[in-house]
Write a protein that binds this ligand. Structure first.
Ligand code: NAI
Length: 707
């Protein structure tokens, strides 16, 4: 069959009768690195210069076709030939090029396939153009070629959302879609031979003419409006729309030039830097330094959760969703029944919304069982405690677990503020104790802070990191301190919001500024939603810490004392009409702040939006610097992951530490010092720059440089 085989690493070239088989062979994901790009051009040129070759087949040796650009190249270097150049060589080939897209093709990978003359795939496959998630747009002709093969709405949806799309929903993008992956290889070879035998033409996507019509014009206008509302704050989605539109208003070559221009406009924004930083940050979070590769994770085949309250129920659902049996324990049958019924209601609501079938609801409920007896936990590989936030109660639970759980069972706590080391020290197996800090609602929120105690074994940490992936969470390893990373940093943020209210800002103004910055809601709305009593109970355990200047929580404490604990009672920092979650400003609260300020001798004044932003965000960053210095977070990017996934910090800012790096640490320090000097004793106490902030600012370095 084959009469010549040479290997152009990482591209293979095999001549098989009239076909040149060019294989992408760059593990793990066929990223389109410089070596791959050079290899493709060389292979196409070789095939063109060989008279025996009548067609070129581009295929992959890996399960996926290609994940696209090698984003480690984003930092620069000699990158020629760039991808658009490679694609032009393919598209202009005088011999037909057929792509066998056997697995996922994303970003540049799909653009590569679009530059070929024929594309073949199987019905289960998905492809996508996810560049928008990196703050950019497809820059190798994707925005010009895709709309030439499918309808404009589908092209827009794919490029603006960045979501993987089933190949069957893509119009004429594929010339042949076979039913299953197993049939693909032989069907593709028959297809390629047919191309040769029937002298089928070189079908170039760039030769397809597109025309603007009034319907399409309307579609773009509506789409732009929708994007502005849905992707508030993001720059790249709007650019994507403009690029796709150019396919209808420009010829192919001019469209490519417009795409390149819009691409460069994205690439040079702080948003692109932030989103690319975040892409790496998320991946880096799963790599824990200092744990040997030889350490094996334990198997988690049976889980248990103690406490079927707000958190326990949500936590248990994660296991059932992942197909892991989970047993829930409450001391009282009534509490257990209530918890299980709530879980069923949650699943049934998902079914009503079409997210689950009723069969799936039953399957998941079958994986969830309840008990009131600790003896039933003897088989559990992992137990997560989610009982009341009180040390004595936690210790009681752990002492029971110590008695009944099998050796090697992992004993985890969902505590948000208590000292994990103290809990661990109270039992005979502290090496098996770890914190698994879920965020509310625990079945929805992606973040899992994995809290490493002094004695937690590497095996337990490794198991927890792996478990996070199994239950589709983003696990970030942190150390023990009050509030761990996320809640410890949120404290100064909430403090400033409340203090600003005493100084004359309104809750509405603070929330507007924070909303404009990009968080889903401001601190006052967030407090009302979570319940002001939660913050109050945390403060109760911390009165000593805040004793020397409790001014900032005076209004919040008063609201709780008046029973104004937030949305659940229809009033907190705002008022709520019955059944509505819409916050209505309350003049009584503003008056209360005014009176308290007067009593404390704080002069109220007009406060600028910029001051509000700096005073809420910079102390949060300053606390992050302490956390980094103390090693509570291993790297600044871990803090960013926690903030984006746990607190809705806008991904287009990359997280608080990336945001600080972007602004410059000298500037952050300068503003901290400004408030230190201008806010009297309060400023002296709360606005002292962290030693690490000083150190890095002096050295002209970033948080990201701390390794
Ligand atoms: P919750 O009050 O809704 O639920 C606690 C449940 O534990 C109740 O159903 C109670 O009956 C049960 N329970 C109490 N003592 C028990 C015992 N000795 N044995 C068995 N069951 C017992 O409380 P929530 O909000 O679920 O909090 C639980 C834990 O999760 C706390 O440590 C809290 O700090 C932590 N957490 C809470 C978050 C939240 O947003 N609510 C977020 C993250 C962590």
């Amino acid at each position: 069959m084959s009469n010549e085989s040479t290997s152009v690493s990482p591209i293979t070239y095999v001549q098989d009768q009239h076909l040149a088989l060019v294989g992408l062979n760059s593990a793990p994901v066929n990223a389109l690195s410089k070596a791959v790009r050079v290899g493709i051009i060389e292979s196409v040129e070789k095939a063109l210069s060989d008279d025996k070759v009548k067609a070129i087949v581009l295929h992959s040796h890996l399960p996926l076709f290609s994940a696209g650009a090698d984003i480690s190249e984003f930092s620069g270097g000699d990158l020629s030939p760039m991808l658009p150049e490679v694609l032009e060589v393919i598209e202009q080939s005088t011999k037909p090029v057929i792509a066998i897209v056997g697995g996922n093709a994303f970003g540049g990978g799909l653009e590569l396939a679009l530059s070929c003359h024929y594309r073949i795939t199987h019905a289960k496959n998905k492809v996508g153009l996810p560049e928008v998630h990196l703050g950019i747009l497809p820059g190798a002709g994707g925005t010009q070629r895709l709309p030439r093969l499918t309808d404009p709405k589908t092209a827009l949806d794919m490029i603006v959302s960045g979501a993987p799309t089933p190949v069957t929903a893509l119009g004429n993008v594929f010339d042949l879609i076979v039913d299953t992956a197993d049939e693909l290889q032989s069907a593709a070879m028959s297809f390629a031979n047919e191309v040769v035998e029937k002298l089928m033409p070189v079908k170039r996507v760039c030769d397809i003419d597109l025309e603007m019509s009034s319907d399409i014009e309307t579609l773009f206008a509506q789409y732009s409006q929708g994007v502005a509302a849905k992707s508030k704050g993001f720059f790249a989605p709007g650019q994507c729309v403009l690029a796709v539109k150019a396919a209808f208003t420009h010829d192919f070559k001019a469209g490519l030039a417009r795409e390149a221009e819009l691409f460069m406009e994205c690439m040079t924004t702080s948003q692109a830097r932030a989103q690319q930083h975040f892409f790496f940050a998320e991946r880096a979070a799963s790599h824990v330094q200092g744990i040997s590769r030889d350490v094996k994770a334990r198997d988690i085949k049976q889980a248990a959760v103690i406490g079927a309250g707000t958190m326990g129920g949500g936590i248990a659902m994660n296991f059932a969703n992942a197909g892991i049996p989970v047993i829930m324990l409450e001391l009282q049958q009534a509490a257990l029944d209530k918890g299980l019924a709530l879980i069923r209601r949650n699943y049934e609501n998902s079914a009503k919304k079409g997210k689950l079938t009723s069969e799936q609801v039953e399957q998941r409920m079958l994986l969830l069982t309840g008990t009131t007896s600790y003896a039933d936990l003897s088989d559990a590989d992992l137990v997560i405690e989610a009982v009341f936030e009180k040390m004595s109660v936690k210790k009681e639970v752990f002492s029971m677990l110590d008695k009944v759980c099998k050796p090697g069972a992992i004993l985890a706590s969902n505590t948000s503020t208590l000292d994990l080391n103290e809990i661990a020290a109270s039992i005979s197996r502290p090496q098996d104790v770890i914190g698994l800090h879920f965020f509310s609602p625990a079945n929805v929120m992606k973040l899992l802070e994995i809290v490493r105690g002094e004695k937690t074994s590497d095996e337990v940490i490794k198991t927890a990191m792996k478990l996070a992936k199994t239950i589709r969470k983003v696990g970030v390893l942190v150390g023990v301190c009050f509030g761990f990373v996320g809640n410890r940093m949120i404290e100064p943020y909430g403090r400033e919001a409340n203090r600003l209210m005493l100084e004359g800002a309104t809750p509405e103004q603070v929330d507007r500024v924070i909303g404009k910055f990009g968080l889903p809601m401001g601190p006052f709305t967030m407090g009302d939603m979570a319940g002001l009593d939660i913050g109050y109970f945390v403060r109760e355990s911390r009165r000593e810490f805040i004793a020397h200047d409790p001014s900032y929580c005076i209004v919040a404490d008063k609201l709780v004392a008046q029973g104004r604990v937030g949305l659940k009672v229809g009033k907190g920092a705002y008022l709520y009409e019955h059944g509505s979650r819409h916050p209505i400003p309350d003049p009584d609260v503003i008056e209360m702040a005014k009176q308290e300020a007067k009593r404390l001798g704080i002069e109220q004044r007009e406060i600028s939006d910029q001051e509000i932003l700096e005073r809420c965000i910079y102390p949060l960053i300053n606390e992050g610097a302490d956390i980094l210095k103390e090693g509570i977070a291993a790297k600044s990017s871990d803090i960013d992951v926690i903030y984006v996934y746990g607190y809705g910090f806008p991904v287009f800012r990359g997280g608080p530490m990336q945001f600080a790096d972007e602004i410059g640490l000298k500037q952050i320090r300068e503003r901290m010092n400004h408030y230190k000097e201008t806010l009297g004793e309060y400023g002296q106490h709360w606005f002292t720059p962290s030693p690490l902030l000083n150190e890095l600012a002096d050295a002209g370095k970033t948080f990201a440089s701390v390794k």
